[in-house]
Design a protein around this ligand. Sequence first.
Ligand SMILES: [Zn+2]
Length: 175
Amino acid sequence: MPLDRLVTDASLAHVARRLRLLGYDIDVHRGARFEELIDIARADGRALLTRSSRRAPRSANDPELRIVTLSGVLADDVQLVTQQFTPASAPLRRCTACNTPLQSRSAFEARGEVPGRVARAGGPLTFCPGCGRWFWVGSHVTRLRQWTEERLGRQLEAPEGTTPPPPVAGDEQSP
Ligand SMILES: [Zn+2]
C-alpha cells in the first residue's frame, strides 16, 4: 500500500504546491538538512521526496522509510509521484501554501475577505484555517486542468458531489 503522506524541503516547494492542488498531503520543511528530513519522515510516517541522490547510511536498510529522488522538473516529478502515491484528499481541497485541508465557506462569509467580484459571483469558496487564505474558482483552475491533461495524461477529477469544480488557490499558483 503506497504511503499517501509526503515530506520534502524547499528545493521541491514548487512541486509540493502542485501536488497539493492534486490532493497530496505534503509537508515542506524549509532549510531542513537531509538527516533532519529523514527523522521527520520516520517520525511522521511520511515518504521523503528529495533532490539529493545521497542516501544516509542508517536509512539504507529501513523498510519503513521510503525515499524518492526527484529531478526538480515539475511535470516529471509530479508524474512520478502520481504514479507511486495515492493522494490523501480530493483535488483542490488542500491549501497550496501550508498544506492544511480547506473548509467550505459561503460567499456571504467571504465578504470583505475576497475581491468584490468574487463575493458577488456567489460561487463556492474555501478557507484555510491554517494560514487564513481564501480560495475560489478562477481561470487558474482551467489552466490546471489543461496542464493535468496535457502533461500527466489524466483528468483532474472533481471531488465527489461537487459541481461546478471546487475552489482553489486564487492568489499565487498558476500552472
Ligand atoms: Zn493555508
